[in-house]
Design a protein around this ligand. Structure first.
Ligand SMILES: NC(=O)c1ccc[n+]([C@@H]2O[C@H](COP(=O)([O-])OP(=O)(O)OC[C@H]3O[C@@H](n4cnc5c(N)ncnc54)[C@H](OP(=O)(O)O)[C@@H]3O)[C@@H](O)[C@H]2O)c1
Length: 353
């Protein structure tokens, strides 16, 4: 599955994309100069920075089975020198060693796509290095660093697919933000006032660096509320949905999975079956979105690639919907690969099954 590094600048482009940190989403995004950037008959070469993390490990699992991609390099500072099987047990015989790559070195390896699975605040040096060395390479940033950046396409394919085709800078949405937007968009034109989103996440959402939100002892038999107004995902959901929301996150003692219970005030009364039909029609052609009558359960979301919506309940002008997903899959790694597939014109669900 691994190929030796090849030369960079596989596609010609003369200017690097300026990075404008402004909340403007309706302007043209930089696209690759070639036909979606793919090269007929050749596997695309991808690199992963942040392979030791929860998200990086899931990403590698999906990329490993992708029929049209080759892993060119895998980077982690702490695991440098270890075999790839340290994070990807099925890669026992790959003969590949994890490296610790600085931005310039990663950008010089000539990959077609670079996944950044780093903590928030660390993506920019890698993006700048790719802008300089191989601007037509695709960057998928899984952190929150570019979710409000005009030159990055926001990678929620079910809502913004057209803008992702041919994109070369993609900001992968947050896990809560993915779940909430998929649940709220079918109701958006009916909403009166900001919906309240009660969110519960497994502690893998807090990453591997020790913190009060992944402290297993503190979480035992417990539920910990945090950032109850103004959480980053509150801003992200409001911005990309185009409608203000209120979001109250909590962390639970289970490892992975997210459950959102969303309470909305509508501009007029609707019965639950009409709203359920609205959801079913909206997502009829979206394989990663399931609509059920019963409220979905977080334990059923674990290990699944998609989002489950259900439990749609109304009382007069009030509507409640429940949404679940696996924060490490559709909330991160699955969506990142889905975005790459759309950007390069590959089958959208390749390696996602
Ligand atoms: N966890 C989730 O549910 C989730 C969901 C959606 C999005 N995200 C986002 O995805 C990103 C990764 O999340 P995660 O949960 O996988 O985090 P994580 O478990 O803490 O992993 C972070 C990774 O980045 C590397 N790293 C840390 N600091 C670095 C630095 N200064 N320079 C280079 N590498 C560094 C770490 O490996 P080394 O220290 O070995 O280099 C590790 O591989 C975050 O931005 C997060 O917000 C996470």
């Amino acid at each position: 599955m691994f190929a030796p590094p090849s030369r960079c600048l596989l596609h010609s482009r003369t200017t690097a994309s300026p990075v404008i940190d402004a909340p403007v989403i309706d302007q043209p995004l930089p696209l690759a100069s070639g036909l979606l950037g793919t090269t007929a008959g050749r596997r695309l070469r991808v690199g992963v920075i942040g392979a030791r993390g929860y998200v990086g490990a899931e990403l590698l699992r999906i990329l490993w089975r992708h029929p049209q991609l080759t892993l060119a390099f895998v980077s982690s500072r702490q695991l440098a020198g270890a075999p790839l099987s340290e994070v990807l047990p099925e890669a026992t015989d790959a003969g590949v060693t994890i490296e610790s790559l600085e931005p310039e070195e990663a950008a010089s390896r000539g990959v077609d796509a670079l996944f950044l699975a780093l903590p928030n605040g660390h993506a920019e040096p890698y993006v700048a290095a790719v802008d300089r060395a191989c601007p037509d390479a695709l960057v998928v940033d899984l952190s929150a660093d570019h979710r409000f950046t005009a030159t990055f396409a926001y990678g929620l394919p079910e809502h913004h697919r057209a803008r992702l085709i041919g994109a070369r800078r993609i900001a992968n949405p947050g896990c809560y933000a993915t779940c909430a937007q998929l649940a709220l968009e079918p109701l958006r034109e009916l909403l009166r006032g900001p919906p309240s989103i009660f969110g519960v996440s497994g502690y893998s959402g807090a990453g591997t660096a020790p913190s009060p939100r992944n402290d297993v002892a503190a979480l035992a038999d417990n539920l910990i509320p945090y950032a109850l107004a103004g959480h980053l995902h509150e801003r992200e959901i409001s911005h990309h949905l185009g409608h203000a929301v209120r979001f109250m996150p909590h962390v639970a003692p289970f490892f992975r999975g997210i459950s959102l219970t969303i309470d909305c005030e509508l501009s007029s009364a609707h019965d639950a079956s009409a709203l359920a039909r609205r959801f079913a029609d909206r997502y009829a052609n979206e394989p990663l979105v399931t609509v059920s009558e019963a409220p979905p359960l977080v334990r059923d979301a674990v290990g699944r690639h998609g989002v489950q919506l259900g439990g749609i309940t109304t009382l007069g002008t009030r509507a409640v919907v429940v949404a679940t997903l696996d924060n490490l899959l559709k909330g991160a790694a699955t969506q990142a690969v889905q975005n790459l597939n759309v950007a390069f014109g590959l089958p959208e669900f390749a390696a996602i099954s």
